[in-house]
Design a binder for this molecule. Structure first.
Ligand SMILES: [Zn+2]
Length: 583
C-alpha cells in the first residue's frame, strides 16, 4: 500500500502507501462505545463457508504471490533488477493469457525515467532564530529536511508565519491564510486536519498543502505535530523513513516533474523545535495545541517572531522502471473506445539498510507479499478469468475495453500511476473508471469490504450491487484519519477526473485484529513475507469481487459518473455530466 513516507521527503506534494496505522480512536469508533474486552465475542465465519465462483483459483493466486514475494526479487524496488524481473513475469503472464500489449511501441512496458535525489552526508537541519537566540535541530534527530532536486545545495532562510492547518477551500468556507502575508516566507503548518471536516476533502487539502502555500507566495513549509497527529504517527516512526531518497518522474521532454517548484524548502520539526518556532509570539505553541485539541477547532494563523534557516545537500541521479500495461479489447463496437483501468502497484520498498549491530545474516528484504504482490496476483486472476471468458466459445467479452496496469513507483509517491494517467496509451478522456488494488490483507476470512472513494460517484452503488451476490457488504471507512482515499494509485486517476474505487478487505469477522497485527508487525517491514498466514482462497474471493466490479463498470449502459455537488467531481471533472445523489 501507499508508502508511509513522510511528506517531508519530497518538495512536491506527497503521498503514501496506505499505512494502516489505526490509532486508538479508530478502534473505538469501529467498535462503538463499548471497549473491546466487554464486547460479546461472536464466532468467526470460516473461509470455507463463504461462496466462491469456481473459476477463481486460490492456487493461481498463491503461485503469483509466491513468485513475486521471493527473496530473489529483493523487494521489487523501483529501478532495481528485482522489479525488472517482476515486470517480465507480469508481462509474460499477460502474454500467455492472450492480452493485447499497451506499452511503448507495441510492447508491454511503459518505461519511465525517474530522478532520484539522495541526501549527502553533510550537516543538514533547521536553525531557528528568534528573540531568545538561535537553536539548530539536526536532520534525522529532531528535524526532517526534504531534499530538493532543483537545489542540491539547499540553504533557505526566511521569516516564519504560522498558518494553522494551512487549508483554503471556498466551498468548505476555509481560508487559513486570510489576512496573512506569506510572500517570500516559510509557513508553519499543523499536521492533520480538524475533527469534523468531511474526511476525503480534508485528505485532499492535507495533500495539497504545498500547493496552497505556493499559491500564496510562500517559499518554504515547516510541518509540526498536533497532539492527535503525534499520537497517530510518533516522531520516532517518522525517523525510520528519514534517509530514504526522494523520487520524481521525468517527462518525455526530459524535465523532472515538480508540482510545487515555488516551495524551495520543506521540513518537519519535533515538539522541541516546534516550541522554538513560537518563541516570543503572541501565542505559545502550548496554547495553539490546546486549542487544536478541541473538536473542530481551527487555530488562526499569525506572523511569528522567529526566522528559520533550512539547509542540507543532495545529489540526483536517474533510473528507469516500467509500468506493465495490457488490454482486453471491448466487445461492443459502440463502447469499445471507452476504457476501464484495473490497476495495482508492482513495486515495493526493496531492501532495508543494515542497522548498527545487526547480525550479518539478518533478513532485510521487504518482500511485500501483501503489499502488493497480493494485489498484482488479484489483478492477474481477474485478467485470467476475463480473458478466458472473452475467448471461450459462447463466452462474453466486456463491452468496454479493460486495461490492466501494473504500476511502478507507487511506494515513491504514486509516481507510475501518475505518469500513466498523464501519458496513457489511450486518451484519458476515454478512461471512464478505475479500480485499484493495493495491499489486500488476506490473513482472515473477510466478510465485508471498504470501498475507498466509491461514495463520490455512482461507483458506490455499483460496487455494493456487484459484490452482494458474494454475500459481501460494503462497510464505511473504519480509519478515516488515515486519509486512504488520497494515498493509493487510484487517486492519480481521480486527479484526472476519472471516478475510481479502491477496495480493501473490511474490519468484520476478525478483520480489525488482522489489520492491526499486520500494521504493527509487517507493514513496510521484512515480516510482510510468505510466513504470514495468508488464506489463498480469500485471495481468490478478493479477485472475484474485483472482477465483478470491473465487469460492472465495463458492461454498464452508462459509464460511472460523479455525484452532483461532490467535492472531487467538481474539482477535477467540472464539466463532466453528473449523477443525481439518488442515482
Ligand atoms: Zn506499501
Amino acid at each position: 500500500m501507499l508508502s508511509f513516507r513522510s511528506s517531508l521527503l519530497s518538495a512536491a506534494a506527497v503521498v503514501f502507501c496506505l499505512p494502516l496505522v489505526a490509532p486508538v480512536s479508530a478502534h473505538e469508533r469501529a467498535q462503538g462505545s463499548a471497549p473491546a474486552a466487554t464486547r460479546p465475542a461472536s464466532p468467526l465465519i470460516p473461509e470455507g463457508a463463504l461462496p466462491l465462483d469456481p473459476r477463481f483459483s486460490a492456487d493461481r493466486v498463491k503461485a503469483d504471490v509466491t513468485f513475486l514475494a521471493d527473496d530473489l526479487l529483493e523487494g521489487r524496488d523501483t529501478g532495481s533488477v528485482g522489479y525488472e524481473i517482476a515486470a517480465r513475469y507480469v508481462a509474460q503472464r499477460f502474454a500467455a493469457m492472450g492480452l493485447k500489449p499497451m506499452g511503448d511501441d507495441g510492447g508491454w512496458f511503459q518505461r519511465i525515467t525517474f530522478q532520484k535525489t539522495e541526501r549527502l552526508d553533510t550537516p543538514s537541519g533547521v536553525t531557528v532564530t528568534g528573540p531568545s537566540g538561535s537553536a539548530t535541530f539536526s536532520q534525522g534527530v529532531d528535524a526532517l529536511v526534504s531534499v530538493n532536486a532543483n537545489e542540491p545545495v539547499l540553504d533557505v532562510t526566511a521569516p516564519l508565519v504560522f498558518v494553522g492547518y494551512g487549508m483554503v477551500d471556498k466551498r468548505l468556507g476555509l481560508d487559513d491564510y486570510a489576512g496573512l502575508d506569506v510572500r517570500g516566507k516559510i509557513v508553519v503548518v499543523l499536521r492533520g486536519f480538524p475533527e469534523g471536516l468531511p474526511n476525503d476533502p480534508a485528505a485532499y487539502l492535507v495533500n495539497a498543502r504545498y500547493e496552497i502555500a505556493q499559491d500564496h507566495g510562500a517559499i518554504g513549509v515547516i510541518q509540526i505535530d498536533t497532539d492527535a497527529s503525534a499520537r497517530q504517527r510518533p516522531w520516532e516512526r517518522r525517523m525510520l523513513y528519514s534517509s530514504q531518497p526522494s523520487f520524481t518522474w521525468v517527462g518525455p521532454d526530459g524535465v523532472p516533474f515538480d508540482e510545487t517548484p515555488g516551495i524551495r524548502a520543506g521540513a518537519g520539526l519535533d515538539s522541541k523545535g516546534a516550541a522554538a518556532l513560537f518563541a516570543g509570539a503572541q501565542r505559545s505553541l502550548a496554547q495553539v495545541l490546546k486549542e487544536a485539541a478541541r473538536k473542530g477547532a481551527r487555530p488562526k494563523g499569525f506572523a511569528l517572531k522567529t526566522s528559520a534557516r533550512i539547509f542540507g545537500q543532495s545529489k540526483s541521479s536517474r533510473v528507469t522502471s516500467p509500468n506493465v500495461v495490457a488490454m482486453i479489447p471491448g466487445g461492443d463496437p459502440a463502447l469499445a473506445g471507452e476504457y476501464v483501468v484495473l490497476s495495482g502497484h508492482l513495486d515495493h520498498i526493496g531492501i532495508s539498510p543494515a542497522r548498527p549491530g545487526d547480525p550479518a545474516d539478518n533478513d532485510r528484504i521487504n518482500n511485500g507479499a501483501l503489499d502488493n504482490a497480493a494485489g498484482i496476483a488479484t489483478l492477474l486472476e481477474v485478467a485470467h478469468v476475463m480473458s478466458q471468458e472473452a475467448m471461450s466459445k459462447g463466452g462474453t467479452k466486456p463491452r468496454r475495453s479493460v486495461i490492466f496496469l501494473a504500476s511502478t513507483g507507487e511506494e515513491k509517491g504514486l509516481l507510475g500511476a501518475d505518469y500513466y494517467a498523464r501519458h496513457a496509451s489511450v486518451p484519458v478522456s476515454k478512461i471512464v473508471g478505475n479500480v485499484d488494488l493495493d495491499m489486500p490483507v488476506l490473513t482472515y476470512a473477510f466478510t465485508d469490504l471498504t470501498a475507498y472513494g466509491a461514495d463520490h460517484s455512482t461507483l458506490g452503488k455499483l460496487t455494493a450491487d456487484a459484490v452482494a451476490p458474494m454475500r459481501l457488504v460494503v462497510a464505511p471507512d473504519p480509519i478515516p484519519e488515515e486519509t486512504v482515499f488520497v494515498r493509493s494509485d487510484h487517486y492519480m486517476f481521480v486527479k484526472q477526473g476519472v471516478p475510481a474505487v479502491f477496495l480493501a478487505t473490511g474490519f468484520g469477522n476478525g478483520g480489525e485484529a488482522a489489520y492491526n497485527y499486520f500494521n504493527e508487525h509487517n507493514y513496510h517491514q521484512v515480516g510482510d513475507d510468505l510466513k504470514q498466514p495468508i488464506i489463498w482462497r480469500a485471495g481468490a474471493r478478493f479477485a472475484e469481487a474485483n472482477y465483478r466490479i470491473t465487469r460492472a463498470m465495463a458492461d454498464g449502459d452508462a459509464p460511472p459518473r460523479w455525484i452532483k455537488g461532490d467535492f472531487f467531481g467538481d474539482l477535477f471533472a467540472p464539466n463532466a455530466s453528473k449523477a443525481e445523489p439518488a442515482d
